[in-house]
Design a protein around this ligand. Structure first.
Ligand SMILES: O=C(O)[C@@H](CO)OP(=O)(O)O
Ligand SMILES: [Mn+2]
Ligand SMILES: [Mn+2]
Length: 559
């Protein structure tokens, strides 16, 4: 697209008026499933979302939020916030990181690019460190990709490799980290047989070590830095599988919050601190929870915590995590190029935009929404508000989170008449759902519903339009099921809690006094998904969407 303003000009919608305030509400982790005791949404009191559902099929329907509909490799891939908000904001489906890495590994192109060449320069004298999430969840990383990368790196000359593994239990069952570590150890053992000095060097739970996001709690990243770079951690083990097993026995321990540990040799010396001359690859493909570590590894003037020792390394991300910051500057696989997002189009067509969430989801409605890009398109027309999240607690302790504050700020933005679009993410169903605490998740869903009410009331007052949807499922199913859909029990007869997202569809509802009569959901797009939403709200702003966007979900019939 050229730089001329005309290229950005959206056509007027033939029937829908301009000038209505449009609220785009994203409920994080809010899928649709049959009511039952493990469906926290159906158990919770959610009168507002329930009443929207009564508008079906004209004003309420389901859309796809997983698999190919959001650019993931297979239909078995559950949705997630990154791909979900990318699709919502961009209005098109892009092959996402998971898929791009699969392709680059399969073709071998990953080893031919600038990023790998840069890393390889350290192979003669230094160690290759791989830092990332040990999981087959496919949300942030995948174990099979790590194993391929290990083998490939060895084939391309890496002689000494250290893995810094973060345990999951969020996208996969709690406790699965033991099996993943065993699998990793088997691959490393094979590499050792081939003469490569390959070992696990450190570890820790993803939510406690390294994988914070949106600068909610730098201590999380610091704990990782201390273990990975400095070789310092409160726990030291000789064997990583034993490390995980032992640390899981600590009070309240689980995979997500496992304490940091380092692996030491017979003389109690850490086996893999990151030293001058080493190479580091962060092997997560997903951006949000790697950006903070990337800053610590790459920025010379970094002041978020005392790094103590800053090794001179060659660092590359699996992908470039932030297109605007160009961070990291070196990467193994080019990220999807998500340009011409709805946010940019609307701003360039004069739509004044307000976006809001609390810290843990703030980047979802800004960074992910805008195609993994930080910052404003036009400071004069946009305002992004971040409500500080609680830090240092798990969200089942305060399931209401900041839903009320997010809703209040958005309500005020609506009532101020200063904005044409307000968009927000209400995180509760997702963030509390990830804790696996069903009771707390039920409270969380109620809080989210209360938040929606406040915004819908404000939209009512200003004669606006609302569009309520979600980015993927989570809270609607809190139990692991067999293929028949029956809850699975563990060896003690307890149900196996599902902390992850799901493959369920999500609802989308439209309404409000500004919605002219005759607007309704089309019936000819039964497989519509998140990527169809952008064209839909562009229409609600009175514009036609660009021709390469996925089609709008709505039509206007003459009454
Ligand atoms: O917390 C996260 O990082 C993911 C799950 O791994 O959730 P979401 O995609 O909803 O942000
Ligand atoms: Mn999400
Ligand atoms: Mn989530």
């Amino acid at each position: 697209m050229g730089s001329s303003g005309d290229a950005w000009k959206l056509k007027d919608h033939p029937k829908l008026p301009k000038g209505k305030t449009v609220a785009v509400i994203v409920l994080d982790g809010w899928g649709e499933a049959k009511p039952n005791e493990y469906n926290a949404i159906s158990v919770a009191e959610t009168p507002v979302m329930d009443s929207l559902k009564k508008g079906a099929p004209e004003h309420w329907r389901l859309i796809k939020a997983h698999g190919n509909a959001v650019g993931l490799p297979t239909e078995d891939d559950m949705g997630n916030s990154e791909v979900g908000h990318n699709a919502l904001g961009a209005g098109r489906i892009f092959a996402q990181g998971a898929k791009l890495v699969d392709q680059a590994l399969a073709s071998g192109k990953i080893y031919e690019g600038e990023g790998f060449k840069y890393i390889k320069e350290c192979f003669d004298k230094g160690t290759l460190h791989l830092i990332g999430l040990l999981s087959d969840g496919g949300v942030h990383s995948r174990l099979d990709q790590l194993l391929l990368l290990l083998k490939g790196a060895a084939e391309h000359g890496a002689k000494r490799i250290r893995v810094h593994a973060l345990t999951d239990g969020r996208d996969v069952l709690d406790g699965s980290s033991v099996g993943f570590m065993e699998t990793l150890e088997n691959t490393l053992a094979k590499l050792r047989e081939q003469g490569v000095d390959a070992r696990v060097a450190s570890g820790g739970g993803r939510m406690y070590v390294t994988m914070d996001r949106y600068e909610n709690d730098w201590d999380v990243v610091k704990r990782g830095w201390d273990a990975q770079v400095r070789g310092e951690a409160p726990f030291k083990f000789k064997d990583p599988v034993e490390a995980i097993k032992k640390l899981r026995q600590e009070p309240n321990a689980n995979d997500q919050y496992l304490a940091p540990f380092v692996i030491v040799d017979d003389k109690a010396k850490p086996v893999g601190p990151i030293l001058d001359g080493d190479a580091v690859v962060t092997f997560n493909f997903r951006a949000d929870r790697m950006v903070m570590l990337a800053k610590a590894l790459e920025y010379e003037n970094f002041d978020k915590f005392d790094r103590v020792r800053v090794p001179k390394i060659h660092f590359a991300g699996m992908l470039q995590y932030d297109g605007e910051l160009k961070l990291p500057s070196k990467y193994l696989v080019s990220p999807p190029e998500i340009g011409r997002t709805s946010g940019e189009y609307l701003v360039r067509n004069g739509i004044r935009t307000f976006a809001c969430s609390e810290t843990v989801k703030f980047g979802h409605v800004t960074f992910f929404w805008n195609g993994n890009r930080s910052g404003y398109f036009d400071e004069k027309l946009e305002e992004y508000v971040e409500i500080p999240s609680d830090s240092g607690i798990t969200f089942n302790v305060k399931p209401k989170m900041q839903a009320l504050e997010i809703a209040e700020r958005t309500r005020d933005a609506i009532l101020s008449h200063k904005f044409d679009q307000v968009r927000l993410n209400i995180p509760n169903g997702d963030m509390v759902g990830h804790t696996g605490d069903i009771k707390a998740t039920i409270e969380a869903c109620k809080a989210a519903d209360d938040g929606v009410k406040m915004i819908l009331d404000a939209i009512e007052q200003v004669g606006g339009i609302y569009l309520v949807t979600a980015d993927h499922g989570n809270a609607e199913d809190m139990v692991k099921r067999n293929k028949k859909g029956e809850p699975l029990l563990d060896k003690n007869g307890n149900i196996q809690i599902l902390t992850s997202h799901t493959c369920e569809p999500v609802p989308i509802a439209i309404g409000g006094p500004g919605l002219i009569p005759g607007v309704r959901f089309r019936t000819d797009l039964p497989t519509g998904g998140l990527a169809n939403v952008a064209a839909t709200f562009m229409n609600l702003h009175g514009f036609e969407a660009p021709s390469d966007y996925e089609p709008t979900l709505i039509e206007v019939v003459d009454n």
